[in-house]
Design a protein. Structure first.
Length: 239
């Protein structure tokens, strides 16, 4: 795999930044793609260039592997989505058992767009931060959904894409651990200072686990994962 090229779904958040570091360890060249879908926490998009610059500046082993970045405007998704991530509405559980932060079709559209770009850029691997362990119940974060999308992309584009999801079976504490194993304390510091996960887009309140409102589900996951990571000495294997 190390002589192959990857395209990383890079939002500017903790998970996608960890996945970017994972891909930089795995592949000879790595490009990034981000999506503006009218998200309420659009501040994450402002974090993306700072993170990419820090990786180039602080991680010389990865610098030459990091290639082109692309930002795709799919704001129409936000216009047709009545969700707490695309509207100023309450975050709550809905009658269908899914949280109001679920954006229907979001990851399916991300992967389709990424597949089209990967086809053009001759990238075999598409890397995403989807996870079944800390996934808030989003059905398009499940392993089955990703396997189905991989099959659809390969049939529809007559290709041999592989969708990599290095976080699929680990929790948020283990995601912090993986970041440390990949890039040491420097990468952990970068994630703390420069990534964004808060659904409300709060970049004014700095906590021990990073910036955020400390009240939304994304902040709860990040906070509890960081605290468990700080209290644990367990390590995980890097595939």
């Amino acid at each position: 795999m190390r002589d192959q090229k990857a395209l990383v779904l890079f939002s500017g958040g903790q998970d996608s930044t960890t996945c970017l570091a994972w891909a930089l360890e795995q592949y000879i060249q790595v490009e990034t793609i981000g999506f503006d879908y009218g998200q309420r926490h659009s501040v994450e998009l402002e974090c993306r260039p700072r993170i990419l610059d820090r990786i180039k500046d602080d991680f010389p082993n990865w610098r030459d592997k990091l290639g082109q970045d692309q930002m795709i405007d799919i704001s129409v998704l936000g216009e047709i989505s009545e969700t707490a991530l695309t509207r100023d509405t309450a975050i709550q559980m809905e009658e269908n058992g899914l949280p109001s932060t679920f954006v229907p079709g979001r990851n399916l559209i991300f992967l389709t767009m990424a597949g089209a770009v990967a086809y053009r850029r001759a990238a075999k691997h598409i890397v995403g931060g989807m996870c079944e362990t800390d996934f808030s119940g989003y059905p398009d974060c499940r392993d089955d959904a990703l396997k189905a999308m991989q099959l659809a992309l390969n049939i529809g584009m007559d290709g041999r894409f592989v969708i990599d999801s290095p976080l699929m079976w680990i929790n948020k504490s283990q995601t912090w651990q993986l970041a440390e194993q990949l890039g040491g304390s420097e990468l952990v510091s970068l994630i703390l200072e420069d990534t964004h996960s808060c659904y409300f887009g709060d970049r004014t309140n700095r906590h021990e686990w990073g910036y955020g409102c400390a009240a939304c589900p994304a902040c709860d996951l990040r906070k509890s994962g960081y605290q468990e990571y700080r209290n644990s000495s367990t390590s995980i294997a890097i595939n």
